[in-house]
Design a protein around this ligand. Structure first.
Ligand code: SAH
Length: 340
């Protein structure tokens, strides 16, 4: 191997090892609302430091580091503007991911300090870092709970168009979104199919914060609070579960899938919408998310074969795996008596 290649490899490793520096800078920029302050145009770092009560030298350094990776642009010495990427850190951008990134800094980064615990034991590190399991923490800390719902809404807003385009959603019938959060995805499906009706199902304190009324869908959509390990709304024609199963271990997933099966009619369909891990070494966000789910919750992302095995064990017949124009894939399943 040539020495130049060895050197490149070392530099590459060093850059990967330093990735957390950029991640922390980005978390803090999101938390401080820097992008909102730049919404009307470039501003000197000194002014930004006054507005955010931060040290001017350290803030300048943080913004310059982020300008080096395309989030901001240093238009003139010490004066920063948003790039197209940085625009998505604005709170009011239609594809904003500000809340996700800020919360990642407060929660995911803190849980990751205990990643070694997850690695040694296979248990999620969240409870070690925060003293209680993830969903209980969100229930007991309503501000973080609401921020989590907003973060999920941000993901769904970015992904919903690709999901609605990728699947031939039925023109009529009752669509049940299990663990549907605030209803962002279900609203998009109901709006695309005006003759369908919907049921939004999630924990009671989560569905309280739903967007169904705001989307003018209250007449077509029921909102039901409950537990995915208990009885699910029955009689739906299509059941959706997006980014739910990846938070749970295989035994829990089997319980949830069996509960779904009990609620379904013989000809109902189930769509799992998840980041399915592709085979081989291709880069895919599912791989980093998989590690994050192990560290945070003791959950995991799964390969197509792993979803097939779980669905089959829970009594489903797996139909198609459908790629979408987003990081999410759709796994379509039916009950064995019906034909796909
Ligand atoms: N489907 C949404 C939310 C995914 S996050 C989306 O993709 O944006 C996982 C969801 O599962 C959260 O909304 C959370 O409140 C819900 N959840 C977690 N535990 C639950 C339980 N025991 N019963 C019902 N819902 C639960």
């Amino acid at each position: 191997m040539s020495s130049a290649l060895v050197q490149d490899s070392s530099l590459r490793l060093l850059a990967l090892g330093d990735g957390f520096i950029y991640a922390r800078a980005l978390h803090l920029a999101a938390e401080l609302g820097i992008a909102d302050l730049l919404a009307d145009g470039a501003r000197p770092a000194e002014e930004l430091s006054r507005l955010t009560a931060t040290d001017p030298g350290t803030l300048h350094s943080m913004l310059r580091a982020l300008a080096g990776c395309g989030v901001f642009a240093e238009r003139s010495p010490g004066c920063f503007a948003l790039t197209a990427v940085g625009e998505c850190l604005r709170s009011d951008h239609p594809r904003s991911v500000r809340t996700t990134i800020a919360q990642s800094g407060r929660i995911t980064a803190r849980a990751f300090q205990h990643a070694d615990h997850a690695l040694r034991t296979g248990d999620g590190a969240f409870a070690k870092a925060f003293g209680q399991p993830f969903w209980e923490f969100l229930r007991d800390n309503p501000e973080e709970g609401a921020a989590f719902d907003t973060a999920m809404q941000e993901h769904s807003r970015v992904e919903r168009g690709a999901i609605v385009d990728a699947y031939d959603f039925p023109d009529t019938g009752r669509i049940v979104d299990v663990g549907g959060g605030d209803g962002t995805l279900l609203s998009a499906v109901l709006q695309a199919r005006p003759k369908t009706t919907g049921v939004l199902f999630d924990l009671p304190h989560v569905v309280e914060r739903n967007c169904i009324g705001e989307m003018r869908l209250a007449e077509r959509c029921e909102v039901v609070g409950g537990d995915i390990f208990g009885d699910l709304p029955s009689g739906g024609d299509l059941y959706l579960m997006k980014s739910v199963l990846h938070g749970w271990t295989d035994p829990d997933v089997l319980t949830i899938l069996r509960g779904c099966r009990r609620a379904m009619k013989p000809d109902s369909r189930l769509l799992l919408i998840e980041r399915v891990i592709p085979p081989g070494d291709v880069p895919h966000t599912s791989k980093a998310f998989d590690f994050a789910m192990h560290v945070m919750a003791g959950g995991q992302e799964r390969t197509g074969d792993e979803y097939t095995r779980l669905l089959t064990e829970a009594g489903f017949t797996v139909g198609r795996f459908i790629a979408t124009g987003s990081v999410q894939s759709i796994v379509e399943a039916v009950l064995p008596s019906s034909q796909l």
